[in-house]
Design a protein around this ligand. Structure first.
Ligand SMILES: Nc1nc2c(ncn2[C@@H]2O[C@H](COP(=O)(O)OP(=O)(O)OP(=O)(O)O)[C@@H](O)[C@H]2O)c(=O)[nH]1
Length: 785
């Protein structure tokens, strides 16, 4: 309600409210105060009335009692009043007729003898059981009865004034009774006429019999008074309390009442005034007061309104200034004169405006930055309202959607971007994420008018710093990536098939060198299976050793040195014997240093290495005898000559040629010749040390190199060999064939720079032995001799 929202209205209404509250409070205070005072006055007034009524009734009762007593005393009889005397005596009681409703003469036994006015059937009735008769007879004094029903006529309620009739001897001779009828106007008419205010009244109650003697409501006369609950004050008064109070009367009305007892008879006078009447003046006063006050407020209201407008005019000025600053038609600071509070407020507002301007400038800058960033981004970026409509989208998002203008999308549901077939699922997930304010990433297709359909990664984030429950939607085109991924997967399958089919062992490890893949040969080589090896560091499954030294090889060091191809190593699996392998290690680096993997290709190198060893052996050994061949022997001799310490000890070189070997060949055949050559080699090998070297230089020509051996010892060795060769036999076709050896023996000289020099000298000595007759050792004691 705009009017009620106005500060002026509220202050004015508050003023009115406070005014009314004060008026009502003052009114209620004076009303209560006035009522208390009026009550006191009314109490006094009612007490006064009750006093006066009681005094008046006392006076009249006393007069009537005296009247009856005097009339009875004037009757003369010598004995008990008899029925014959009665009319005469009754005639003497005519005096009473004016003051009572009826006069009755009783005999001494309480039987009515005569009455006036005469009522048929009254004479002869007995009141011997009535208390007033018994008391009159007993006390011989006048009595007043309680209100009672007249005998013989139920509708008459009476009070009987009695006085004894005495005979001349002073004895009780009869009784005079004068009755007042409670319903007759005579005695109580004054009470009826007596007015207590407008609606107040007088009551008269018999204290002893608790019967109502008089009440303006005739139906209550002769009725017992209501119980203590209904008339508490009356009951208190019947029990002796005197005074005035506010109470409830027999009809349930709230009344003020004052009670006074009579002195002459046990009657209680009550003066009653209903509270409506008692308080009527103060109520009227209150009503007038409220009316006047309301009128005064109504009269003051426009004045207050006018004054309020004037007082609050600086606020309007402030508002106008704020508006002008907002519309940028005025500049800061705001200036308000007059009220201290408003001046302070204008100062605060100016500061807020300045901060806002600075903030807006920063915001605009950030927004421009954000938009530039978004427009330059290859990712589609959308800002989504809580109702699922687009608030903003960048150029990349537009292009993903197939082009168009940003305005076409603003206010549209973003879900239209999604391909119709994917829409239902995406919408459900997105709604749940938006409502729960959590992030969501999913993959779907984009709805485009033009094929091909684009695959996107869709990420939905709640904008946490934005209080409006908006969300940020980021779309990444993954069509190409997915295609590449598929191609890569196919490639991987192919690679796996290839890896599975090749004979070499292949181990793939990740960047931590944990096993990722083993092919079957690798499983065999490492003595494990893919499932067990997966994830284990390769170093735990096997070690690589240097074949020559048996020392462990650091693959990391080789990797750093770039020596990763065709490494001849021994693979030592955790369980099992070492195996010769040729390792080629490929390190595949991936973008992001932690990625990447290694490919270990392990070729079983046992056969090749065996073959190579054979080739090497064959290159320097004689196949027939197993001794060095010429080249091997040459190398052994050359390496000895190259040793820097070779001059420290003597070394001997012997060469020998078999004698008449050709004869063996020619007669026993080449095979026999070969066996003989092998036997000769065996003789030589068995005689020399394993550290010495022996060779068949070709045909039947042999050479021996004895290390650390002087000439004497060497001569002994060679003589021994010569003798053993001479003892050899080859049998063929029943013939036995023997050979001998012509041996040239020399020491290596310090001037022997080349093997050829020493060999030539030994060969010369051998030749000399041949010519000297064969089967001998020809020795030269000096080198170069
Ligand atoms: N069985 C066999 N004979 C060979 C081999 N190499 C060479 N010969 C023969 O060995 C013989 C060597 O010839 P010579 O040393 O001239 O013959 P020789 O009978 O020993 O003569 P002298 O040395 O003068 O005693 C030739 O008949 C070759 O054919 C071989 O590997 N096995």
């Amino acid at each position: 309600m705009p009017l009620f929202n106005s500060l002026k209205t509220r202050i004015a209404l508050f003023g009115v409210f406070v005014g009314l509250l004060l008026i009502v409070a003052v009114g209620l205070f004076f009303y209560e105060e006035g009522r208390a005072r009026i009550r006191e006055v009314q109490f006094r007034h009612l007490a006064d009335i009750a006093d006066r009524v009681a005094a008046d009734l006392d006076d009249r009762v006393r007069t009537r009692r005296q009247l009856v007593a005097a009339a009875a005393a004037g009757l003369e009889t010598t004995g008990p009043v008899s029925a014959q005397q009665a009319p005469g005596l009754l005639a003497q009681l005519r005096l009473l007729k004016g003051a009572f409703n009826s006069v009755v003469l009783y005999g001494p036994d309480g039987v009515i003898l005569a009455d006036y006015p005469h009522l048929p059937g009254r004479a002869g009735l007995s009141v011997a059981d009535r208390s007033y008769f018994l008391q009159t007879r007993a006390t011989l004094k006048p009595q007043i009865s309680p209100p009672l029903r007249a005998r013989g006529n139920l509708n008459r309620s009476i009070v009987v004034f009695t006085a004894p009739v005495r005979d001349t001897a002073g004895r009780f001779a009869g009784m005079v009774g004068a009755t007042l009828e409670l319903h007759s106007p005579e005695f109580f008419d004054d009470l009826r006429r007596l007015r207590v205010g407008q609606s107040g009244y007088i009551t008269l109650t018999s204290i002893s019999s608790e019967l109502t003697i008089y009440h303006p409501n005739p139906r209550l006369v002769m009725k017992p008074v209501p119980g203590p609950q209904a008339s508490p004050a009356l009951h208190r008064a019947l029990n002796g309390w005197r005074g005035a109070t506010e109470t409830v009367n027999s009809s349930g009305r709230q009344v003020l009442v004052a009670f006074r007892p009579l002195n002459s008879v046990d009657w209680l006078v009550g003066a009653v005034l209903p509270v409506e009447e008692a308080y009527a003046p103060i109520r009227a006063l209150l009503r007038d007061y409220l009316l006047l006050a309301a009128l005064a407020v109504l009269a003051v209201l426009p004045l207050m309104w006018w004054r309020m407008r004037r007082m609050l005019r600086p606020l309007d000025v402030l508002r106008a200034q704020v508006r002008a600053v907002k519309l940028r038609t005025a500049r800061l600071p705001l200036q308000i004169e007059g009220y201290e509070e408003l001046t302070a407020m204008a100062g605060e507002l100016s500061q807020v405006f300045e901060e806002r301007e600075a903030f807006e400038a920063r915001l605009a800058e950030r927004e421009a930055f954000f938009r530039t960033l978004n427009d330059a981004s290859p990712l589609g970026v959308l800002v989504i309202e809580p109702d699922g409509t687009v608030a903003y989208l960048n150029q990349a998002a537009l292009q993903l959607a197939g082009g168009g203008q940003p305005a076409q999308w603003r206010g549209q549901p973003w879900i239209r971007l999604v391909h119709p077939e994917d829409r239902a699922g995406v919408e459900d997930l997105a709604r749940t994420a938006q409502e729960g304010r959590h992030s969501l990433t999913l993959y779907c297709r984009i709805a485009r008018t033009e094929p091909p359909a684009l695959q996107v990664e869709l990420r939905l984030h709640p904008l946490a710093e934005d209080g409006s429950a908006r969300s940020l939607l980021v779309l990444t085109d993954i069509t190409e990536r997915e295609a590449t991924k598929r191609a890569l997967l196919a490639e991987r399958e192919r690679a796996m098939a290839i890896l599975g089919s090749i004979a070499d062992a292949v181990v793939l490890t990740n960047h931590l060198d944990e096993v990722h893949y083993l092919n079957a040969p690798a499983e065999h080589l490492l003595g494990t299976v893919q499932a067990e090896a997966f994830g284990q560091p390769l170093a735990r499954l096997a070690r690589f050793l240097q074949p020559e030294t048996g020392l462990e090889v650091s693959l990391r060091r080789l990797e750093l040195q770039g020596r990763l191809h065709h490494l001849e190593l021994d693979l030592l699996p955790a369980a099992g014997p070492a195996a010769p392998v040729e390792l080629t290690l490929s390190v595949v680096a991936m973008p992001g240093a932690t990625e990447g993997y290694r490919v270990y290709v392990l070729h079983d190198d046992a056969e090749r290495r065996q073959r190579e060893r054979l080739h090497r052996w064959e290159a320097c050994h004689d196949a027939l005898t197993g001794l060095y061949n010429r080249r091997g022997f040459h190398d052994a001799l050359a390496s000895l000559l190259d040793r820097p310490d070779r001059g420290a000890r003597p070394h001997a070189l012997a060469m020998f040629d078999l004698d008449h070997f050709k004869t063996v060949n020619d007669n026993a055949g080449h095979l026999s010749g070969d066996r003989l050559l092998q036997a000769v080699a065996l003789v030589v090998q068995q005689r020399i040390r394993t550290s010495d070297a022996a060779a068949r230089l070709g045909g039947d020509e042999f050479a021996v190199l004895l290390y650390n051996c002087d000439l004497g010892h060497a001569t002994a060795v060679m003589e021994d060999i010569r003798r053993q060769i001479g003892a050899l036999e080859v049998a063929c076709n029943g013939n036995r064939y023997q050979v001998s050896a012509s041996i040239g023996l020399t020491l290596l000289g310090t001037d022997d720079a080349l093997p050829e020099q020493a060999i030539a000298r030994a060969d010369e000595l051998c030749y000399r032995a041949k010519h000297a007759g064969r089967n001998r050792v020809e020795t030269a004691y000096e080198t170069g001799a």
